[in-house]
Ligand binder design. Sequence first.
Ligand SMILES: C[S@@+](CC[C@H](N)C(=O)[O-])C[C@H]1O[C@@H](n2cnc3c(N)ncnc32)[C@H](O)[C@@H]1O
Length: 287
Amino acid sequence: MAVTKPGSKSTPTGRHDGGRPTSPRWTGAPEAPNVARVRDYWLGGSHHGPRDRKLAEQFTVCAPHLPYLVRTQRAFLARAVRYLVEAGIRQFLDLGSGLPTMGNVHQVAQRLDRSARVVYVDIDPVVAAESALLLDGLDNTAYLCADLTEPDAVLQAPEVRRLLDPDEPTAVFLIDVLHMVPDALQPAETISTYVNAFGPGSHVAISHICRDEGLLAAVTMFQQLFGIPVPEFTFRYPMDVVDLLAGLDIVEPGVVPIPFWRPNRAPEEDQNPENFRTCVAVARREA
Ligand SMILES: C[S@@+](CC[C@H](N)C(=O)[O-])C[C@H]1O[C@@H](n2cnc3c(N)ncnc32)[C@H](O)[C@@H]1O
Protein backbone atom coordinates (compact mmCIF):
# COMPACT_ATOMS: atom_id res chain seq x y z
CA MET A 1 0.00 0.00 0.00
CA ALA A 2 1.45 3.38 -1.03
CA VAL A 3 0.76 6.27 1.34
CA THR A 4 1.82 9.85 0.64
CA LYS A 5 4.12 11.50 3.15
CA PRO A 6 2.64 13.37 6.12
CA GLY A 7 1.72 16.92 5.21
CA SER A 8 0.79 16.08 1.66
CA LYS A 9 -2.61 17.25 0.50
CA SER A 10 -4.32 13.90 0.44
CA THR A 11 -3.62 10.29 1.19
CA PRO A 12 -3.93 7.78 -1.64
CA THR A 13 -3.74 4.09 -0.91
CA GLY A 14 -2.82 1.66 -3.69
CA ARG A 15 -1.27 2.44 -7.06
CA HIS A 16 -1.94 5.15 -9.60
CA ASP A 17 -0.97 5.37 -13.23
CA GLY A 18 -1.43 8.87 -14.60
CA GLY A 19 -4.49 9.15 -12.39
CA ARG A 20 -6.29 6.13 -13.85
CA PRO A 21 -6.82 3.33 -11.32
CA THR A 22 -4.43 0.43 -11.86
CA SER A 23 -5.52 -1.66 -8.90
CA PRO A 24 -8.64 -3.78 -9.27
CA ARG A 25 -12.05 -2.21 -8.86
CA TRP A 26 -14.67 -3.96 -6.77
CA THR A 27 -16.88 -4.15 -9.83
CA GLY A 28 -17.89 -6.16 -12.79
CA ALA A 29 -18.53 -9.82 -11.95
CA PRO A 30 -22.20 -10.74 -11.39
CA GLU A 31 -21.32 -13.60 -9.02
CA ALA A 32 -18.84 -11.55 -6.95
CA PRO A 33 -19.80 -9.75 -3.74
CA ASN A 34 -20.44 -6.11 -4.36
CA VAL A 35 -19.96 -2.95 -2.28
CA ALA A 36 -23.31 -1.48 -3.39
CA ARG A 37 -25.12 -4.64 -2.20
CA VAL A 38 -23.08 -4.60 1.05
CA ARG A 39 -24.42 -1.09 1.65
CA ASP A 40 -27.96 -2.27 0.93
CA TYR A 41 -27.44 -4.99 3.59
CA TRP A 42 -26.16 -2.46 6.14
CA LEU A 43 -29.11 -0.19 5.34
CA GLY A 44 -31.56 -3.02 6.05
CA GLY A 45 -32.50 -3.65 2.40
CA SER A 46 -33.20 -6.89 0.56
CA HIS A 47 -30.99 -6.59 -2.55
CA HIS A 48 -27.98 -8.61 -1.45
CA GLY A 49 -26.94 -12.23 -1.04
CA PRO A 50 -24.81 -14.48 1.18
CA ARG A 51 -21.55 -13.44 -0.53
CA ASP A 52 -22.35 -9.77 0.07
CA ARG A 53 -23.14 -10.48 3.74
CA LYS A 54 -19.84 -12.35 4.10
CA LEU A 55 -17.91 -9.40 2.65
CA ALA A 56 -19.85 -7.08 4.97
CA GLU A 57 -18.76 -9.15 7.96
CA GLN A 58 -15.12 -9.09 6.78
CA PHE A 59 -15.30 -5.29 6.54
CA THR A 60 -16.74 -4.95 10.02
CA VAL A 61 -14.05 -7.17 11.56
CA CYS A 62 -11.57 -4.46 10.51
CA ALA A 63 -13.75 -1.35 10.77
CA PRO A 64 -16.72 -2.05 13.10
CA HIS A 65 -18.19 1.41 12.66
CA LEU A 66 -18.79 1.06 8.89
CA PRO A 67 -22.48 0.00 8.99
CA TYR A 68 -23.29 2.92 11.28
CA LEU A 69 -21.32 5.27 9.02
CA VAL A 70 -23.26 4.09 5.95
CA ARG A 71 -26.62 4.57 7.72
CA THR A 72 -25.54 8.03 8.83
CA GLN A 73 -24.53 8.91 5.26
CA ARG A 74 -27.92 7.77 3.95
CA ALA A 75 -29.64 9.92 6.57
CA PHE A 76 -27.54 12.90 5.38
CA LEU A 77 -28.60 12.16 1.78
CA ALA A 78 -32.26 12.34 2.84
CA ARG A 79 -31.74 15.63 4.69
CA ALA A 80 -29.86 17.09 1.71
CA VAL A 81 -32.55 16.02 -0.80
CA ARG A 82 -35.26 17.58 1.39
CA TYR A 83 -33.24 20.79 1.74
CA LEU A 84 -32.78 20.96 -2.05
CA VAL A 85 -36.42 20.24 -2.89
CA GLU A 86 -37.40 22.99 -0.45
CA ALA A 87 -34.90 25.25 -2.28
CA GLY A 88 -36.79 24.57 -5.54
CA ILE A 89 -34.59 21.87 -7.08
CA ARG A 90 -36.42 19.23 -9.13
CA GLN A 91 -33.51 17.63 -11.02
CA PHE A 92 -30.95 15.30 -9.43
CA LEU A 93 -27.81 13.65 -10.84
CA ASP A 94 -26.41 11.08 -8.40
CA LEU A 95 -22.83 10.13 -9.36
CA GLY A 96 -21.38 6.89 -7.95
CA SER A 97 -24.86 6.06 -6.75
CA GLY A 98 -24.78 2.37 -5.88
CA LEU A 99 -28.22 0.71 -5.76
CA PRO A 100 -31.34 2.94 -5.85
CA THR A 101 -32.79 1.36 -2.70
CA MET A 102 -33.38 2.17 0.97
CA GLY A 103 -34.24 5.85 0.92
CA ASN A 104 -32.09 6.80 -2.04
CA VAL A 105 -32.45 10.05 -3.99
CA HIS A 106 -35.54 9.33 -6.13
CA GLN A 107 -37.38 7.76 -3.20
CA VAL A 108 -36.94 10.87 -1.04
CA ALA A 109 -37.30 13.48 -3.80
CA GLN A 110 -40.36 11.98 -5.46
CA ARG A 111 -42.12 11.53 -2.11
CA LEU A 112 -41.77 15.29 -1.70
CA ASP A 113 -42.62 16.11 -5.33
CA ARG A 114 -43.64 13.40 -7.80
CA SER A 115 -42.35 15.48 -10.71
CA ALA A 116 -38.72 15.33 -9.48
CA ARG A 117 -36.36 13.77 -12.07
CA VAL A 118 -33.40 11.64 -11.05
CA VAL A 119 -30.53 10.09 -13.02
CA TYR A 120 -28.27 7.66 -11.18
CA VAL A 121 -24.76 6.98 -12.51
CA ASP A 122 -22.48 4.12 -11.51
CA ILE A 123 -19.42 2.67 -13.18
CA ASP A 124 -20.21 -0.89 -12.12
CA PRO A 125 -22.14 -2.68 -14.91
CA VAL A 126 -23.55 -5.23 -12.46
CA VAL A 127 -24.93 -2.50 -10.20
CA ALA A 128 -26.26 -0.63 -13.23
CA ALA A 129 -28.03 -3.71 -14.60
CA GLU A 130 -29.63 -4.53 -11.22
CA SER A 131 -30.62 -0.91 -10.78
CA ALA A 132 -32.19 -0.62 -14.22
CA LEU A 133 -34.43 -3.57 -13.30
CA LEU A 134 -35.35 -1.97 -9.98
CA LEU A 135 -36.29 1.28 -11.73
CA ASP A 136 -38.20 -0.35 -14.59
CA GLY A 137 -41.49 1.48 -15.19
CA LEU A 138 -40.51 4.70 -13.37
CA ASP A 139 -40.83 7.52 -15.89
CA ASN A 140 -38.86 10.18 -14.03
CA THR A 141 -35.89 8.05 -12.99
CA ALA A 142 -33.05 6.48 -15.01
CA TYR A 143 -29.82 4.62 -14.41
CA LEU A 144 -26.67 5.13 -16.46
CA CYS A 145 -23.56 2.95 -16.43
CA ALA A 146 -20.72 5.45 -16.84
CA ASP A 147 -17.52 6.83 -15.32
CA LEU A 148 -18.23 10.03 -13.38
CA THR A 149 -14.72 11.28 -14.19
CA GLU A 150 -15.82 11.64 -17.81
CA PRO A 151 -18.44 14.37 -17.41
CA ASP A 152 -18.86 15.07 -21.12
CA ALA A 153 -19.88 11.46 -21.76
CA VAL A 154 -22.23 11.48 -18.75
CA LEU A 155 -23.83 14.80 -19.69
CA GLN A 156 -24.34 13.74 -23.32
CA ALA A 157 -25.85 10.36 -22.41
CA PRO A 158 -29.45 9.86 -23.65
CA GLU A 159 -30.69 9.18 -20.07
CA VAL A 160 -29.37 12.55 -18.89
CA ARG A 161 -30.56 14.48 -21.95
CA ARG A 162 -34.03 12.93 -21.70
CA LEU A 163 -34.64 13.69 -18.02
CA LEU A 164 -32.49 16.69 -17.06
CA ASP A 165 -33.08 20.10 -18.66
CA PRO A 166 -29.70 21.89 -18.90
CA ASP A 167 -31.39 25.24 -18.24
CA GLU A 168 -32.83 24.15 -14.89
CA PRO A 169 -30.97 24.15 -11.57
CA THR A 170 -29.82 20.64 -10.73
CA ALA A 171 -28.38 18.95 -7.66
CA VAL A 172 -25.30 16.80 -8.24
CA PHE A 173 -24.76 14.18 -5.55
CA LEU A 174 -21.34 12.66 -4.78
CA ILE A 175 -21.89 10.49 -1.72
CA ASP A 176 -18.94 8.39 -0.58
CA VAL A 177 -17.35 8.10 -4.00
CA LEU A 178 -14.71 10.83 -4.38
CA HIS A 179 -12.16 8.86 -2.36
CA MET A 180 -12.10 6.67 -5.49
CA VAL A 181 -11.14 9.66 -7.65
CA PRO A 182 -7.44 10.58 -7.23
CA ASP A 183 -6.24 14.18 -7.42
CA ALA A 184 -4.65 13.44 -10.83
CA LEU A 185 -8.17 13.06 -12.26
CA GLN A 186 -8.97 16.64 -11.16
CA PRO A 187 -12.10 16.08 -9.07
CA ALA A 188 -12.59 19.84 -8.42
CA GLU A 189 -12.70 20.56 -12.17
CA THR A 190 -15.03 17.60 -12.66
CA ILE A 191 -17.46 18.93 -10.02
CA SER A 192 -17.31 22.37 -11.60
CA THR A 193 -18.08 20.91 -15.05
CA TYR A 194 -21.18 19.14 -13.73
CA VAL A 195 -22.51 22.11 -11.76
CA ASN A 196 -21.90 24.51 -14.66
CA ALA A 197 -23.68 22.22 -17.12
CA PHE A 198 -27.03 23.18 -15.55
CA GLY A 199 -28.87 26.36 -14.65
CA PRO A 200 -28.00 29.00 -12.03
CA GLY A 201 -28.84 27.82 -8.53
CA SER A 202 -27.46 24.34 -9.19
CA HIS A 203 -25.99 22.58 -6.16
CA VAL A 204 -23.58 19.84 -5.23
CA ALA A 205 -24.03 17.58 -2.19
CA ILE A 206 -20.91 15.76 -1.10
CA SER A 207 -19.93 13.20 1.52
CA HIS A 208 -16.20 12.49 1.68
CA ILE A 209 -14.33 10.03 3.83
CA CYS A 210 -11.56 11.96 5.58
CA ARG A 211 -7.98 11.04 6.30
CA ASP A 212 -8.00 8.74 9.28
CA GLU A 213 -5.06 6.65 10.50
CA GLY A 214 -7.50 4.11 11.95
CA LEU A 215 -9.13 3.59 8.58
CA LEU A 216 -5.77 3.24 6.83
CA ALA A 217 -4.84 0.57 9.40
CA ALA A 218 -8.21 -1.11 8.81
CA VAL A 219 -7.57 -1.23 5.03
CA THR A 220 -4.17 -2.85 5.62
CA MET A 221 -5.66 -5.31 8.11
CA PHE A 222 -8.48 -6.21 5.68
CA GLN A 223 -6.02 -7.00 2.89
CA GLN A 224 -3.77 -9.02 5.18
CA LEU A 225 -6.55 -10.96 6.92
CA PHE A 226 -8.67 -11.80 3.90
CA GLY A 227 -6.25 -11.47 0.96
CA ILE A 228 -8.79 -9.36 -0.92
CA PRO A 229 -7.21 -6.57 -2.99
CA VAL A 230 -8.50 -3.08 -2.19
CA PRO A 231 -8.82 -0.40 -4.89
CA GLU A 232 -6.82 2.77 -4.34
CA PHE A 233 -8.50 5.32 -2.12
CA THR A 234 -7.72 9.01 -1.67
CA PHE A 235 -8.66 10.06 1.84
CA ARG A 236 -8.84 13.87 1.93
CA TYR A 237 -8.88 16.38 4.78
CA PRO A 238 -11.94 18.61 5.36
CA MET A 239 -9.91 21.53 3.92
CA ASP A 240 -9.43 19.52 0.72
CA VAL A 241 -13.21 19.16 0.52
CA VAL A 242 -13.46 22.96 0.75
CA ASP A 243 -11.02 23.11 -2.20
CA LEU A 244 -13.15 20.62 -4.17
CA LEU A 245 -16.03 23.11 -3.89
CA ALA A 246 -14.00 26.14 -5.07
CA GLY A 247 -16.13 28.80 -6.77
CA LEU A 248 -19.35 27.60 -5.08
CA ASP A 249 -21.08 29.00 -1.99
CA ILE A 250 -20.97 26.38 0.74
CA VAL A 251 -24.31 26.58 2.55
CA GLU A 252 -24.56 26.62 6.34
CA PRO A 253 -23.30 24.88 8.42
CA GLY A 254 -20.32 24.35 6.06
CA VAL A 255 -18.06 21.30 5.70
CA VAL A 256 -18.89 19.35 8.86
CA PRO A 257 -18.96 15.81 10.32
CA ILE A 258 -22.11 14.05 9.06
CA PRO A 259 -24.40 14.41 12.10
CA PHE A 260 -23.79 18.16 12.30
CA TRP A 261 -25.33 18.92 8.88
CA ARG A 262 -28.82 20.27 9.59
CA PRO A 263 -29.81 17.43 11.95
CA ASN A 264 -33.46 16.57 12.42
CA ARG A 265 -32.68 15.72 16.00
CA ALA A 266 -29.47 15.69 18.00
CA PRO A 267 -28.94 12.41 19.85
CA GLU A 268 -25.96 12.79 22.12
CA GLU A 269 -24.06 9.80 20.74
CA ASP A 270 -24.03 11.37 17.27
CA GLN A 271 -22.45 14.54 18.53
CA ASN A 272 -18.97 13.12 19.00
CA PRO A 273 -17.04 14.03 15.82
CA GLU A 274 -14.33 11.52 16.76
CA ASN A 275 -16.72 8.87 15.45
CA PHE A 276 -17.17 10.63 12.12
CA ARG A 277 -14.07 10.93 9.98
CA THR A 278 -16.41 11.59 7.11
CA CYS A 279 -17.45 15.13 6.33
CA VAL A 280 -20.35 16.43 4.27
CA ALA A 281 -21.36 19.68 2.61
CA VAL A 282 -23.88 21.20 0.24
CA ALA A 283 -22.72 24.03 -2.02
CA ARG A 284 -24.57 26.33 -4.43
CA ARG A 285 -23.67 27.96 -7.73
CA GLU A 286 -25.01 31.48 -7.60
CA ALA A 287 -24.99 32.53 -11.25
C1 LIG B 1 -19.13 3.39 -1.58
S1 LIG B 1 -20.32 3.25 -2.87
C2 LIG B 1 -21.40 4.62 -2.51
C3 LIG B 1 -22.74 4.41 -3.12
C4 LIG B 1 -23.78 5.52 -2.89
N1 LIG B 1 -23.32 6.84 -3.29
C5 LIG B 1 -24.33 5.53 -1.50
O1 LIG B 1 -24.34 6.59 -0.87
O2 LIG B 1 -24.75 4.47 -1.01
C6 LIG B 1 -19.40 3.92 -4.27
C7 LIG B 1 -20.06 3.61 -5.60
O3 LIG B 1 -19.38 4.42 -6.58
C8 LIG B 1 -19.16 3.64 -7.76
N2 LIG B 1 -18.01 4.24 -8.45
C9 LIG B 1 -16.69 4.17 -8.13
N3 LIG B 1 -15.95 4.86 -8.99
C10 LIG B 1 -16.82 5.42 -9.90
C11 LIG B 1 -16.66 6.24 -11.06
N4 LIG B 1 -15.45 6.63 -11.45
N5 LIG B 1 -17.76 6.60 -11.74
C12 LIG B 1 -19.00 6.18 -11.35
N6 LIG B 1 -19.20 5.39 -10.27
C13 LIG B 1 -18.13 5.02 -9.55
C14 LIG B 1 -18.96 2.23 -7.24
O4 LIG B 1 -19.24 1.27 -8.24
C15 LIG B 1 -19.93 2.16 -6.05
O5 LIG B 1 -21.20 1.66 -6.42
